[in-house]
Design a protein around this ligand. Sequence first.
Ligand code: ADP
Length: 279
Amino acid sequence: LSLVASQFAAALAVSEALAAERHRAEALAELDRAKTAFFSDISHELRTPLTLLLGPLEDVLADPGAGLTGTTRDGLALALRNGQRLERLVDDVMDVVRLEAGAVVQAPQPVDLAAFTAELAGVLRAAAERAGLSLHVDCPPLPAPVLVDPRIWEKVVLNLVANAVKYTFVGHIDVVLRTVGEVPGTGPLPLELTVRDTGIGIPAAEQARVFDRFHRVLDARARTREGTGIGLSLVRDLVQLLGGEVTVDSAPGRGSTFTARVDLPAAGFAAEGRAPSAA
Ligand code: ADP
């Protein structure tokens, strides 16, 4: 009888431990939901006044009849640039929150990915040239439009190219989109986006960590203060959402090559492909 009693006591202890563990997991999940809700609320609260602040600033700067003096104009332009920086930061935090909550709903549509990628890279051409860099885009037409959420692809391309511009002080940047390997007659297109720069490079020991949230390499921090360490973690999560993978190959002082490999469904080989508007 005492054996049965002790077995019963042991079973009870195990079930109590399990219940306690379940309770702890539920409490943690609840805390996580609260954190997500908090960040989501606060970023929305920041976003609205920012939009109301930047709109009039943009208008007055674009208005030739506004009669701004040189110093006023410079001051307003500085305010606008920094406001836009803050806006990007808030948007990044909102993306992170949505991704962590599993709340990113993809809205795939047929996209001429070669034209769209070239257009996106082109957005940063002026910034590259201002920094004395040349930006070369090589996106030959693909055999078919692909089904992808353009907002996701846009973030991937813009983050990678913006980093290449930010961390390169001499030389050039190449943006290439091409199919890899055997291209099937039907089914998804095997695609590779490559963003190559001749910039500061990333030490081997840091290469895996640059995709971690908030991680910045010391050398990069020293050279440019602007950065949060969010961009590449977003790129990694978004490329994974598309079912692909992003990798880096880099040598300090020589440059970096970021490669995103994705298989995207062809949106009908006969369909007419057009780049979506940037909206
Ligand atoms: P941020 O640029 O805001 O710091 P990211 O997440 O985009 O954040 O990048 C993380 C870190 O990876 C950067 O701080 C930098 O150290 C390194 N890095 C990213 N892209 C490059 C690049 N093209 N060349 C060199 N270092 C890079």
